[in-house]
Design a protein around this ligand. Structure first.
Ligand SMILES: NC(=O)c1ccc[n+]([C@@H]2O[C@H](COP(=O)([O-])OP(=O)(O)OC[C@H]3O[C@@H](n4cnc5c(N)ncnc54)[C@H](O)[C@@H]3O)[C@@H](O)[C@H]2O)c1
Length: 324
């Protein structure tokens, strides 16, 4: 089977693309390489804007996985117009061209951010969706634009991922567990802006595993799936990271709590993904921190701008005004 991973040189793609290859899938990546290329040489990488792909480019692929766009709130808020184009318009455009090219399945990297502020209820995929911030609105627009194209012979799946954490060859330290690990290691403290709000978390190895499940799912499977290991309050995450870092280093870590409001608060139910596509996450927060600790020496300074999407993005926008 031939798979195209669109945006596959990013944080998730750099774990997923090699995993697909290990499972015997012929895997190509198309990516603008905003964060460089950290993929193994064996994976062909085409440096190209996905908006330029047409039917001829997509012909011959059995499945397309979409991991591109602006991947967090600060990027979306820095350039809302580009955010709505890349997250809202590009996924349906690529799904449209994929269907015309004879691709059998399109898998979209959605986000639990689309649940917005949920008053501490556990949400499954039938829950109402409302979010009032550019990243969430655009991810929901992208998801809807992809899912509604499902038809006989063309399956569409959206994986609504919780916040992804852990080690990837293309590393990010702007994700909750990774950020807490960074400040614990460099400053001996973890800063918690709002300890009461809920977040679903998933290790990057498990989210890559969820994409693999979606690739292998029965051809009649379609629709949205929540993807998380579990739900935690931010205060609980801080305590788990503190414990794990203290275990690995023997140093004492302080947790500092602040009272900052957050318009995102959501807990999700992943039963549908477990039952219908066989999603079985294995890595808890302790295992995620262990993976970061194992790679610690290889990171160099954890505060380097290259580990923060918004910093790289601002630089790109300055040097390449046509980055979109
Ligand atoms: N990381 C998370 O916690 C998380 C959680 C939920 C959903 N998601 C979604 O998963 C996807 C992947 O996330 P990530 O953390 O790997 O992101 P990332 O920012 O590390 O990677 C995105 C990649 O897409 C590429 N790209 C962007 N626009 C492009 C275009 N027009 N043409 C070609 N390449 C383009 C970039 O060069 C980059 O390599 C994103 O769509 C994101 O919204 C991520």
């Amino acid at each position: 089977m031939r798979i195209l991973v669109a945006g596959g040189a990013g944080y998730i793609g750099s774990v997923l693309a090699p995993m697909l290859r290990e499972h015997g899938y012929e895997t190509d990546v198309v990516d603008l390489l905003w964060f460089g290329n950290h993929l193994p040489d064996a994976i062909p990488v085409i440096s190209r804007d996905l908006f330029t792909l047409d039917v001829a480019d997509l012909t011959g692929y059995d499945q397309v996985i979409f991991l591109a766009g602006l991947s967090n709130d600060p990027m979306a808020e820095y350039d809302p117009a580009m955010n709505f184009v890349q997250n809202g318009a590009l996924p349906p455009y690529l799904a449209f061209q994929s269907q015309r090219a004879g691709v059998k399945r399109f898998i979209y990297a959605s986000s639990c951010s689309i649940y917005g502020y949920t008053e501490n209820k556990l949400y499954d995929e039938n829950a109402p969706l409302f979010c009032a911030y550019p990243y969430g609105i655009s991810k929901l627009a992208g998801e809807r634009g992809v899912l509604q194209q499902q038809q006989d012979g063309f399956s569409t799946i959206a994986l609504r991922q919780g916040t992804v954490n852990g080690h990837s060859p293309r590393m990010r330290f702007d994700l909750i567990v990774n950020t807490m690990f960074k400040t614990a290691m460099t400053e001996g403290r973890i800063v918690v802006n709002n300890p009461a709000i809920w977040r679903p978390l998933v290790d990057v190895r498990d989210t890559a595993g969820a994409f693999l499940c979606a690739v292998q799912a029965d051809e009649h499977i379609n629709g949205a799936f929540n993807i998380a290991y579990d739900n935690f309050t931010v205060g609980q995450v801080a305590e788990l990271v503190k414990e794990a870092v203290e275990y690995h280093t023997g140093n004492s870590i302080q947790v500092e709590t602040r009272a900052v409001t957050d318009c995102r608060n959501y807990k999700v139910d992943c039963t549908r993904a477990q039952e219908q596509i066989g999603f079985a996450p294995r890595h808890d927060v302790k295992a995620t921190v262990a993976s970061l600790f194992e790679q610690y020496e290889s990171y160099g300074p954890l505060t380097s701008a290259r580990y923060y999407n918004i910093e790289v993005f601002k630089q790109l926008k300055r040097t390449l005004p046509t980055a979109e």
